[in-house]
Design a protein around this ligand. Structure first.
Ligand code: DI6
Ligand code: FE
Length: 397
């Protein structure tokens, strides 16, 4: 496949969009073979039928590197109760909150989980997402965690999208282990991770390090188990308070530390040292009406790569739009349009350890988006507007 007369944002380094005006891309199989100015297209490609893109913008396919798209039910009723005055604690005591999603996920069939997830995934694909990370963590028992991960894997067989799974058994303490988080980690979480890995269902291991979830010592045991299986780790860290999650992630050389509203300058330095990506999740910040923004300036100063993701989940971020996420990153956190686009391409790929994509260069996977846009800043600028023209997935339209 040959594409010509394109405006290409190659994103091959962190300092610019890497724009090529009147550019061309040659694709062989599922890989990019050549990229450059149309006039420099090598002679070997001249005989091929080329698609003239009429100066449309081409970017790498978008990557949503943090989602919980597989879950049962939804929490619209709880959203309404809160707006009618009920407190989060009252709702939680009445069996609502995250536990209500665990209950709904446990009773749902794998088919129903998959069907519901696909409605969200289809919205993401329509906006140009070609790689999606999906977490478990609403099962919190062996069978349901495995069921969630199987549903996540099935997404990639039914739709033109790559799926990377993260095991998030350490997401919350299930009701049957209330008050006994250590017992849950040691009796359920670690053995479920081992079982899921044995089935080939796990690409990375995640945890929720927070006062309302697990402390650093508990997460460490899960990370040690991950390490023994040769699996990379990532962590929900410093979302609601600072309890040492970012430092823990750095110590384990995590692929990413996610949320980070309460991270410090020292945390940013540690993440830079370990090459850990800071994944910024403005959808949860917005939904929870959080007021403390993540320390973007510190990440910049220490050159921590920043990714942006939806955190699509039924409680704190019922958001399936990665384009809106980019806009929120810019408007809420003052990220630049370049940082936003790097955050859903090159840096998101790094957060998943998938460094053969997220940029447009020879040998990279040919996952591309073609946009009805002239400049990449347009992708972050509009709200509720989808300029996707077409998508190329693994070298095919
Ligand atoms: N952080 C969050 O904001 C969500 N999970 C997490 O680790 C909350 C998930 C939920 O409320 O269902
Ligand atoms: Fe999350």
């Amino acid at each position: 496949m040959i594409l010509t007369n394109a405006t290409i944002a190659t994103l091959t380094d962190d300092t610019s969009f890497g724009l090529i005006a009147d550019g061309a891309i040659a694709i062989e199989g599922d890989r990019i073979a050549w990229v450059g100015a149309s006039r420099d297209l090598p002679a070997q490609y001249h005989g091929e039928a080329a698609q003239d893109l009429a100066q449309r913008l081409v970017t790498p396919g978008l990557i949503d590197c943090h989602s919980h798209v597989v879950f049962g039910g939804n929490r619209a009723a709880e959203f309404e109760q809160r707006l009618n005055g009920a407190s989060y604690e009252e709702i939680a005591r009445a069996g609502g909150g995250i536990v209500s999603t665990v209950t709904a996920t446990r009773v749902a069939s794998e088919e129903d989980l998959l069907k519901d997830a696909l409605t969200r995934v289809d919205a993401m694909i329509a906006e140009g997402v070609t790689l999606l990370e999906v977490k478990s963590g609403y099962g919190l028992d062996r069978d349901t965690e495995l069921k969630m991960l199987r549903a996540a894997r099935a997404i990639g067989t039914l739709r033109p999208i790559h799926v990377r799974t993260s095991f998030l058994g350490a997401h919350a303490v299930p009701p049957e282990y209330a008050g006994r988080p250590d017992a849950y980690i040691d009796e359920v979480c670690i053995s479920t991770l081992q079982a899921a890995h044995a089935e080939g269902l796990v690409d990375a291991v995640d945890g929720f390090c927070e006062g309302i979830a697990f402390d650093a010592a508990q997460i460490s045991r899960v990370f040690d188990a991950a390490r023994a299986l040769g699996l990379p780790v990532k962590l929900h860290a410093e979302q609601l308070s600072n309890i040492g999650g970012a430092q823990l992630a750095a110590r384990y050389g995590a692929l990413s530390a996610d949320h980070l509203e309460y991270a410090s300058d020292t945390d940013a330095a540690a993440l830079a040292q370990s090459g850990t990506v800071a994944v910024i999740l403005p959808g949860a910040f917005y939904t929870l009406r959080e007021t403390q923004a993540p320390p973007i300036d510190a990440f910049r100063a220490h050159q921590v790569p920043m990714a942006l993701a939806t955190d699509c989940n039924p409680g704190s971020s019922p958001l399936a739009s990665l384009l809106l996420t980019m806009n929120m990153g810019c408007t809420l956190f003052r990220m630049t349009p370049l940082e936003a686009l790097l955050g859903v391409t090159r840096h998101a790929a790094q957060a998943l350890g998938q460094t053969d994509r997220g940029t447009i260069r020879p040998d990279a996977l040919a996952d591309l988006c073609v946009w009805d846009a002239a400049h990449p800043a347009e992708l972050s600028y509009r709200i509720g507007f989808n300029p996707l023209h077409s998508r190329i997935f693994q070298g095919a339209q």
